[in-house]
Design a protein around this ligand. Structure first.
Ligand code: DER
Length: 224
Protein backbone atom coordinates (compact mmCIF):
# COMPACT_ATOMS: atom_id res chain seq x y z
CA UNK A 1 0.00 0.00 0.00
CA UNK A 2 1.05 3.61 -0.40
CA UNK A 3 1.56 5.94 2.54
CA UNK A 4 -2.02 7.23 2.45
CA UNK A 5 -3.43 3.71 2.68
CA UNK A 6 -1.15 3.03 5.66
CA UNK A 7 -2.30 6.31 7.27
CA UNK A 8 -5.93 5.23 6.78
CA UNK A 9 -5.15 1.85 8.33
CA UNK A 10 -3.63 3.27 11.52
CA UNK A 11 -6.14 6.13 11.75
CA UNK A 12 -9.03 3.68 11.78
CA UNK A 13 -7.22 1.33 14.17
CA UNK A 14 -6.79 4.19 16.67
CA UNK A 15 -10.37 5.41 16.26
CA UNK A 16 -11.55 1.91 17.20
CA UNK A 17 -9.75 2.17 20.56
CA UNK A 18 -12.02 5.03 21.70
CA UNK A 19 -14.67 3.93 24.22
CA UNK A 20 -18.15 5.23 25.09
CA UNK A 21 -18.12 8.27 27.36
CA UNK A 22 -14.52 9.18 26.59
CA UNK A 23 -13.20 12.72 26.27
CA UNK A 24 -10.91 12.63 23.25
CA UNK A 25 -8.04 14.84 22.03
CA UNK A 26 -7.97 15.09 18.25
CA UNK A 27 -4.53 15.75 16.72
CA UNK A 28 -3.79 17.34 13.37
CA UNK A 29 -2.48 16.18 10.02
CA UNK A 30 -3.28 13.79 7.19
CA UNK A 31 -3.12 10.63 9.33
CA UNK A 32 -5.46 12.14 11.90
CA UNK A 33 -7.90 12.91 9.07
CA UNK A 34 -8.66 9.17 8.74
CA UNK A 35 -8.99 8.79 12.52
CA UNK A 36 -11.54 11.64 12.76
CA UNK A 37 -13.46 10.24 9.78
CA UNK A 38 -13.71 6.78 11.41
CA UNK A 39 -14.61 8.36 14.77
CA UNK A 40 -17.47 10.21 13.04
CA UNK A 41 -18.75 6.94 11.62
CA UNK A 42 -18.69 5.40 15.09
CA UNK A 43 -20.58 8.40 16.50
CA UNK A 44 -23.23 7.83 13.86
CA UNK A 45 -23.35 4.21 15.10
CA UNK A 46 -24.03 5.46 18.65
CA UNK A 47 -20.59 6.12 20.20
CA UNK A 48 -21.01 8.77 22.91
CA UNK A 49 -17.88 10.97 23.05
CA UNK A 50 -16.81 14.60 23.12
CA UNK A 51 -13.56 15.90 21.68
CA UNK A 52 -11.13 18.82 21.73
CA UNK A 53 -9.49 19.60 18.35
CA UNK A 54 -5.87 20.77 18.06
CA UNK A 55 -6.35 22.96 14.99
CA UNK A 56 -8.99 24.84 13.06
CA UNK A 57 -8.56 22.25 10.28
CA UNK A 58 -9.26 19.35 12.64
CA UNK A 59 -12.26 21.23 14.06
CA UNK A 60 -13.64 21.52 10.51
CA UNK A 61 -13.16 17.76 9.93
CA UNK A 62 -14.89 17.01 13.25
CA UNK A 63 -17.87 19.13 12.25
CA UNK A 64 -17.93 17.54 8.78
CA UNK A 65 -17.90 14.00 10.20
CA UNK A 66 -20.17 14.69 13.21
CA UNK A 67 -17.73 14.36 16.11
CA UNK A 68 -19.10 16.49 18.99
CA UNK A 69 -16.63 19.15 20.16
CA UNK A 70 -15.94 20.67 23.55
CA UNK A 71 -13.15 22.83 24.97
CA UNK A 72 -10.98 23.28 28.06
CA UNK A 73 -13.52 25.63 29.71
CA UNK A 74 -15.69 22.49 30.14
CA UNK A 75 -13.13 19.67 30.26
CA UNK A 76 -9.70 19.70 31.90
CA UNK A 77 -8.66 16.07 31.57
CA UNK A 78 -8.96 13.91 28.48
CA UNK A 79 -9.10 10.12 28.49
CA UNK A 80 -7.18 9.69 25.26
CA UNK A 81 -5.42 11.88 22.71
CA UNK A 82 -4.60 10.59 19.24
CA UNK A 83 -2.16 12.42 16.96
CA UNK A 84 0.35 11.96 14.17
CA UNK A 85 4.09 12.63 14.17
CA UNK A 86 6.83 13.54 11.74
CA UNK A 87 9.47 11.34 13.40
CA UNK A 88 9.34 8.67 16.12
CA UNK A 89 12.59 7.41 17.66
CA UNK A 90 13.29 4.17 19.47
CA UNK A 91 12.25 5.64 22.83
CA UNK A 92 8.91 6.86 21.42
CA UNK A 93 10.19 10.45 21.46
CA UNK A 94 8.64 12.52 18.74
CA UNK A 95 9.25 15.36 16.39
CA UNK A 96 5.93 16.98 15.52
CA UNK A 97 4.93 20.31 14.06
CA UNK A 98 5.10 19.64 10.33
CA UNK A 99 1.55 20.95 10.12
CA UNK A 100 2.18 23.89 12.44
CA UNK A 101 -0.28 22.77 15.14
CA UNK A 102 2.32 21.74 17.71
CA UNK A 103 1.30 24.12 20.51
CA UNK A 104 -2.31 22.98 20.80
CA UNK A 105 -1.22 19.40 20.08
CA UNK A 106 1.14 19.46 23.05
CA UNK A 107 -1.48 21.02 25.36
CA UNK A 108 -3.97 18.31 24.38
CA UNK A 109 -1.41 15.51 24.64
CA UNK A 110 -0.43 16.73 28.11
CA UNK A 111 -4.10 16.77 29.18
CA UNK A 112 -4.69 13.14 28.18
CA UNK A 113 -4.39 10.06 30.40
CA UNK A 114 -3.21 8.16 27.33
CA UNK A 115 -1.42 9.69 24.31
CA UNK A 116 -1.49 7.53 21.21
CA UNK A 117 0.58 8.35 18.11
CA UNK A 118 -0.40 7.09 14.66
CA UNK A 119 2.19 6.90 11.91
CA UNK A 120 3.04 5.13 8.69
CA UNK A 121 6.34 3.27 8.85
CA UNK A 122 8.25 6.08 7.08
CA UNK A 123 8.18 8.08 10.32
CA UNK A 124 10.23 5.57 12.35
CA UNK A 125 13.85 6.73 12.88
CA UNK A 126 16.76 5.67 15.06
CA UNK A 127 17.49 9.28 16.05
CA UNK A 128 15.37 12.43 15.72
CA UNK A 129 16.68 15.32 13.69
CA UNK A 130 16.43 14.64 9.99
CA UNK A 131 13.06 16.41 10.05
CA UNK A 132 13.46 20.11 10.94
CA UNK A 133 12.23 20.89 14.44
CA UNK A 134 9.31 23.33 14.47
CA UNK A 135 9.66 25.98 17.18
CA UNK A 136 6.73 28.33 17.77
CA UNK A 137 7.92 31.84 18.63
CA UNK A 138 6.32 35.23 19.26
CA UNK A 139 6.40 37.43 16.17
CA UNK A 140 7.75 40.19 18.41
CA UNK A 141 11.53 39.81 18.45
CA UNK A 142 11.56 36.61 16.38
CA UNK A 143 14.80 37.65 14.71
CA UNK A 144 16.54 37.80 18.07
CA UNK A 145 14.91 34.55 19.22
CA UNK A 146 16.17 32.95 16.02
CA UNK A 147 19.74 34.04 16.82
CA UNK A 148 19.53 32.52 20.31
CA UNK A 149 18.42 29.20 18.76
CA UNK A 150 21.47 29.29 16.47
CA UNK A 151 23.61 29.48 19.60
CA UNK A 152 22.09 26.13 20.61
CA UNK A 153 23.26 24.66 17.32
CA UNK A 154 20.05 25.04 15.33
CA UNK A 155 19.71 26.46 11.84
CA UNK A 156 16.32 28.29 12.00
CA UNK A 157 14.23 29.28 8.98
CA UNK A 158 11.07 31.35 9.29
CA UNK A 159 8.20 29.21 7.92
CA UNK A 160 6.32 30.61 4.97
CA UNK A 161 3.17 29.35 3.27
CA UNK A 162 2.17 30.53 -0.21
CA UNK A 163 4.86 33.25 -0.17
CA UNK A 164 3.49 34.67 3.12
CA UNK A 165 4.90 34.23 6.63
CA UNK A 166 3.01 31.30 8.19
CA UNK A 167 0.83 32.36 11.15
CA UNK A 168 -0.22 29.66 13.62
CA UNK A 169 -3.74 29.28 15.06
CA UNK A 170 -2.28 31.11 18.07
CA UNK A 171 -1.08 34.07 15.97
CA UNK A 172 2.59 33.14 16.35
CA UNK A 173 5.41 32.38 13.90
CA UNK A 174 7.21 29.08 13.38
CA UNK A 175 10.95 28.66 12.97
CA UNK A 176 11.84 25.35 11.33
CA UNK A 177 15.16 24.52 12.94
CA UNK A 178 17.54 21.97 11.49
CA UNK A 179 19.61 20.29 14.17
CA UNK A 180 21.91 17.43 13.31
CA UNK A 181 20.99 14.22 15.09
CA UNK A 182 19.04 15.11 18.27
CA UNK A 183 20.50 12.58 20.70
CA UNK A 184 19.12 14.23 23.87
CA UNK A 185 15.60 15.41 22.96
CA UNK A 186 14.57 16.07 26.57
CA UNK A 187 17.63 18.28 27.18
CA UNK A 188 17.17 20.19 23.93
CA UNK A 189 13.49 20.69 24.70
CA UNK A 190 14.37 22.21 28.08
CA UNK A 191 17.07 24.45 26.59
CA UNK A 192 14.72 25.70 23.88
CA UNK A 193 11.82 26.32 26.25
CA UNK A 194 14.06 28.52 28.43
CA UNK A 195 14.78 30.89 25.54
CA UNK A 196 12.86 34.19 25.80
CA UNK A 197 10.48 34.40 22.84
CA UNK A 198 10.06 30.65 22.41
CA UNK A 199 6.45 29.60 23.01
CA UNK A 200 6.62 25.81 22.34
CA UNK A 201 8.58 23.25 20.37
CA UNK A 202 7.73 20.18 18.31
CA UNK A 203 9.83 17.93 20.57
CA UNK A 204 7.44 15.58 22.39
CA UNK A 205 9.85 13.80 24.74
CA UNK A 206 8.45 11.24 27.14
CA UNK A 207 4.83 11.89 26.14
CA UNK A 208 3.73 9.07 23.84
CA UNK A 209 2.28 6.00 25.58
CA UNK A 210 1.72 3.98 22.44
CA UNK A 211 2.66 4.27 18.77
CA UNK A 212 0.54 2.48 16.18
CA UNK A 213 2.53 1.88 12.99
CA UNK A 214 1.13 1.11 9.55
CA UNK A 215 3.38 -1.15 7.49
CA UNK A 216 2.84 -2.94 4.21
CA UNK A 217 2.45 -6.22 6.13
CA UNK A 218 -0.07 -4.76 8.58
CA UNK A 219 -0.42 -2.69 11.73
CA UNK A 220 1.69 -3.08 14.86
CA UNK A 221 1.88 -1.20 18.15
CA UNK A 222 4.89 -0.11 20.19
CA UNK A 223 4.31 0.75 23.83
CA UNK A 224 6.75 2.35 26.25
O1 DER B 1 2.06 18.69 12.46
C1 DER B 1 1.92 17.69 13.17
O2 DER B 1 2.33 17.59 14.32
C2 DER B 1 1.28 16.48 12.54
O3 DER B 1 0.68 15.66 13.50
C3 DER B 1 2.41 15.75 11.84
O4 DER B 1 3.38 15.51 12.82
C4 DER B 1 1.97 14.47 11.17
O5 DER B 1 1.30 14.84 10.01
P1 DER B 1 0.91 13.74 8.92
O6 DER B 1 0.04 12.73 9.62
O7 DER B 1 0.15 14.54 7.89
O8 DER B 1 2.20 13.14 8.40
Amino acid sequence: QNADELKKLVGEEAANLVKDGMKVGLGSGSTVYWMVKRLGERVQEGLDITAIPTSNTTAKWAEEFGVPLTDFSKVQQLDIAIDGADEVDENLQLIKGGGGALLREKVVAAAAKEFIVIVDESKLVTHLGAFPLAVEVTPFGWERTSTTIEKLGGRPALRHKDEEVFITDNDNYILDCSFDEILEPEALQKDLKMLVGVVETGLFAGMADKVIVGRADGVFSITK
